[in-house]
Ligand binder design. Structure first.
Ligand code: XMP
Length: 330
């Protein structure tokens, strides 16, 4: 068994060795702890010959692109390219309501956008004589991802088609670098602290690859995304302000598209949409329990959301455990 310091040193040396003096590496980042730690280790090893790519799929949360950009480039000095592919994803999602269909569309487009970006960068690399070809793909795969992808092989056992930035296919023709493939999540967090990654990022709740696409029940549209982003921000800000963020494993708002409820605004009848708040405590995200907020906290968040988010007339709290529920609603 290794110590964390030994591990970082060993991985940096291994990557340097693998990639050589001129080789270049590309990797998708999400702003989550896994891809950021993997990116930081690689940056320590080969500096600006590592190129991070953030695909904006139009399904990210309030200010998320700007925040990820700031952390990666300003705090960590990593070379980052942001690709805005929002419109492409949203166009492909028009009329789609089935959760697995959404996941497939989002996953496929992510791979395509990333591949197109990688290709462009490879061509640029070829035209500049300073460095060698891009031959390597960085992935933030963890040990549990490795196990799960073996355990869940076969359609009968697939509960949800998971994909994230750890899951790009080999078809890219790039060789893989997976510095975290022997690590558990808590070890990745420890590495993150060692590497000077900002603490709020190290403890960030997970966010699914398909993003808000699976938190808008029903069709994903700009106006549904606006509502869920605003509600989510109000909920998460309240959690932060109450000092509860790190006591909760994952928290978010979702919108029940297609469902409406009656309310009153002033002396007018309203007939608007429903927001669901979800907060869970979980060790490994395979099982989870709803977080027990004081009821007045939930009530105050509900009031703020109804007052501040246009188009919402009800807020519900999801009390379902996993199992029988899942953490996401789709
Ligand atoms: P569920 O909803 O299956 O979620 O209980 C367990 C954990 O996985 C995340 N999740 C996903 N992550 N792609 C991802 O990268 C997906 O399609 C996906 N679906 C769920 C979820 O946010 C939770 O942390």
């Amino acid at each position: 068994h290794w110590t964390m310091d030994e591990f970082v040193g060993k991985e940096i040396a291994r990557i340097r060795d693998l990639v050589g003096k001129k080789g270049q590496v590309i990797g998708a980042v999400s702003g989550g702890v896994d891809s950021t730690v993997a990116a930081k280790i690689t940056h320590e090893a080969i500096g600006d010959r590592f190129h991070a790519v953030l695909v904006n799929n139009g399904l990210l949360r309030h200010n998320e692109v700007e925040e990820v950009q700031k952390t990666l480039t300003e705090s960590l000095g990593i070379q980052l390219t942001v690709v805005d592919a929002s419109q492409r994803f949203l166009d492909q999602l028009i009329g789609v309501v089935d959760p697995e269909q959404k996941r497939k569309i989002i996953g496929r487009n992510f791979i395509e956008v990333f591949q197109e970006t990688a290709k462009k960068m490879e061509e640029e690399a070829k035209n500049s004589s300073k460095a060698g070809d891009i031959e390597w793909l960085l992935q933030g795969t963890l040990y549990p991802d490795v196990i799960e992808s073996i355990a869940f092989r076969g359609p009968s056992q697939t509960i949800k088609t998971h994909h994230n930035v750890g899951g790009l296919p080999a078809v890219m023709g790039l060789k893989l670098i997976e510095p975290l493939r022997e690590c558990f999540k808590d070890e990745v967090r420890e590495l993150g602290m060692k590497l000077g990654i900002p603490e709020n990022l190290v403890w960030r709740h997970p966010f699914p690859g398909p993003g808000l696409g699976v938190r808008v029940i029903g069709e994903v549209t700009e106006s549904q995304l606006r509502i869920v982003r605003q509600a989510d921000k109000i909920f998460l800000d309240a959690i932060e302000n109450a000092g509860l963020y790190t006591s909760i494993s994952q928290a978010f708002a979702a919108i029940l598209g297609g469902v409406r409820a009656v309310g009153v605004v002033g002396d007018q009848r309203s007939y608007e949409q429903c927001i669901v708040l979800r907060a869970v405590v979980s060790k490994d995200f395979m099982t989870a329990e709803a977080y027990c907020f004081p009821m007045d906290f939930v009530r105050d968040v509900a009031t703020t959301i109804c007052n501040e988010v246009r188009g919402v007339s009800r807020v519900f709290y999801d009390a379902t455990s996993k199992p029988p529920g899942t953490i996401e609603l789709e």
